[in-house]
Design a protein around this ligand. Sequence first.
Ligand code: ZN
Length: 181
Amino acid sequence: MPDIRPTVGSGALVLNATYEPLCVVSVRRAAILVLSAKAVCVADGDGVLHSARNALPVPSVVRLTRFVRVPYRTHVGLSRRAIFARDGWRCVYCRGPAETIDHVFPRSRGGRHAWENVVAACARCNHTKGDKTPAELGWRLHHHPAAPKGTAWRVLGHRAPDPRWADWLDLREPLREAEAA
Ligand SMILES: [Zn+2]
């Protein structure tokens, strides 16, 4: 195993043999895939990785040499950061900076912890809302929460994409939100 010290913090995009984007891995992991001939580098990042015997340009995008069948994950994982990213780091009620996660239909009353029922909210709105529903308060949501869709979301989640990945990911929608990260 080569001793690779990544010089950059960003990851590398992994493409299937068919160029379909699969996931983001650490630069070190991508370099090991290339050095073990499991992948080829298709776009270089910044800098050079040094191992005992090799000097390898930092991979930014690698493509697997053999096709791997991946169970298609249609659901984006529900996480605090992903909810903030989806809602643009804004409170869904007042559009102020969001600091908390709110369950639209309160959990204490059976509201689900699901994309359709969680929103980014500011601390003030969240506190005021308490165990009430927006309808009970006469509040309106800026948008109706839904699970994010699309390849970029599936591959990146809340990660801010490297502009070098744009050729392989449709970044139109998530980029706008990820930029706020
Ligand atoms: Zn608010």
